[in-house]
Design a protein around this ligand. Sequence first.
Ligand SMILES: Nc1ncnc2c1ncn2[C@@H]1O[C@@H]2COP(=O)(O)O[C@H]2[C@H]1O
Length: 147
Amino acid sequence: MEVTRERTLLMVKPDGVRRSLVGLIITRIEQKGLAISNMRMFRMDDAFARTFYAEHDGRDYFPALLSFMTSGPVVALQVESPNAIALVRTAIGAIRPEDRLPGTIRADFSTQLTENVVHASASPTDAERELALVFGDSHATLGTVHE
Ligand SMILES: Nc1ncnc2c1ncn2[C@@H]1O[C@@H]2COP(=O)(O)O[C@H]2[C@H]1O
């Protein structure tokens, strides 16, 4: 079967950075054989968080999400591989704490719905939009680290 080489965004959220989980999360991604081809640590301001999470605007949890995402720095990783979007989504685990399978990042490091350690793009459209927001023009230029 044809596999599509993809780029996706994996982001360690402020709780993950505060709890010093960045190294562990990077190790899991690298050990799985996924290539990290760009990385950026930054702190979201309110406007950036509103744009990044625009599709959640109006939900009851949106104000809490904004407050959480602007509470400290995040670490954004551009991940590349065949089927990167689905592979990274599987690796992070489900949104609902009770649905998270052991061995996934959210299951292993969080019991919370909002403070869930990591975010990953859900679709090719989301991935391109989120990578462009986080890395701007630089997201296309580093190329692939691993073959
Ligand atoms: N009921 C909910 N459904 C989806 N996301 C939620 C909910 N409550 C809080 N959130 C937060 O909103 C975020 C949206 O996408 P994330 O995958 O980054 O992770 C989600 C959680 O941090």
